[in-house]
Design a protein around this ligand. Structure first.
Ligand code: NAD
Length: 263
């Protein structure tokens, strides 16, 4: 299927590894030029180089901490300086810490808000006026199944992801007439560095091996395995495409059937 986005420009935040990296790679295969960001320069440059050497697109790596307002502003400014505009925004960031619900203090909550909610708020605030000016835009938020079904030991994610869905739904209604769509993806258990560290922590706290804990996670999923970053990226690039022109305000899980709710 030709997704109709060749030559467009994207920002994929938090894209040096994991799901963000997979989305950047799949967009590049469609011929999309992009800026990608992360905090670790070496890892970011490696990813940018890998994408540029396998696809004929331009990738602008920008070191940015998504919890910092000035870094988000510079990310968008530098992208526009290089490419002229932004057509596609994929909001992604690292996940907040896990732990017992009552163990988090105010600072932990504020940090998690900055990472998970404010990063998306700030990116949308910078990018939407640019998309409005061009009369076309696609925003895809990478959120979590935690927005649909709380996960054990993840109160920060369970609480704040839902706010991102509220943000996306509200904005999607306001910008629909400008030909801008906004949708959110809720990954289930996807095999990335983050999942490895979550499973290790869970294994330690239950005095079990990493392997048996991971096997338990996989067997709790109706498809009986964890997902791959590419399986999430496949939906992300479709929602970012011309083909998804009548889909907006949705929240779709990519979870192997894990969410038990009907909607
Ligand atoms: P990951 O740890 O593999 O990758 C995270 C990326 O975010 C990296 O590129 C890292 O450099 C970047 N990053 C982290 N903090 C940043 C910051 N402050 N500023 C800039 N960049 C930052 O994680 P992942 O598994 O790819 O997860 C991506 C998102 O999806 C996270 O929000 C995660 O919570 C969520 N999620 C993941 C899973 C899963 O099973 N992997 C499930 C549900 C939701």
């Amino acid at each position: 299927m030709n997704l109709g986005i060749e030559g467009k420009t994207a920002i994929v935040s938090a894209a040096s590894r994991g799901i963000g990296r997979a989305v950047a790679i799949e967009l590049a295969k469609e011929g999309v030029n992009m800026a990608i960001c992360a905090r670790n320069e070496a890892e970011l440059l490696k990813t940018a180089h890998e994408i540029e050497s396998s696809c004929s697109v331009k990738v602008l790596p920008i070191v940015a901490d998504l919890t910092k307002a000035d870094d988000v502003k510079s990310l968008v400014k530098e992208t526009v300086g290089r490419f002229g505009w932004v057509d596609i925004l994929v909001t992604n960031a690292g996940g907040p810490p896990t732990g017992p619900s009552l163990s988090f203090n105010d600072q932990d909550w504020e940090d998690a808000m900055a990472l998970t909610l404010l990063s998306a708020v700030r990116l949308c605030r910078e990018v939407i006026p640019i998309m409005k000016g061009r009369g076309w835009g696609r925003i895809v938020n990478l959120v979590s199944m935690a927005a649909k079904q709380p996960i054990e030991n993840m109160i920060l994610s369970n609480s704040i992801r839902a706010a991102v869905i509220g943000l996306a739904k509200t904005l999607s209604i306001e910008v629909a007439a400008d030909n801008i769509t906004i949708n959110s993806i809720c990954p289930g258990w996807i095999l990335t560095d983050r999942l490895v560290s979550i499973v290790k922590k869970r294994a330690e706290s239950h005095n079990r091996s990493y392997e048996s804990t991971l096997a338990d996670v996989a067997s709790s999923i109706p498809i009986k395995r964890c997902g791959t970053p590419e399986e999430v990226a496949n939906l992300a690039i479709f929602l970012a495409s011309e083909k998804a022109s009548y889909i907006t305000g949705t929240t779709i899980q990519v979870d192997g059937g894990l969410i038990k709710g009907l909607l």
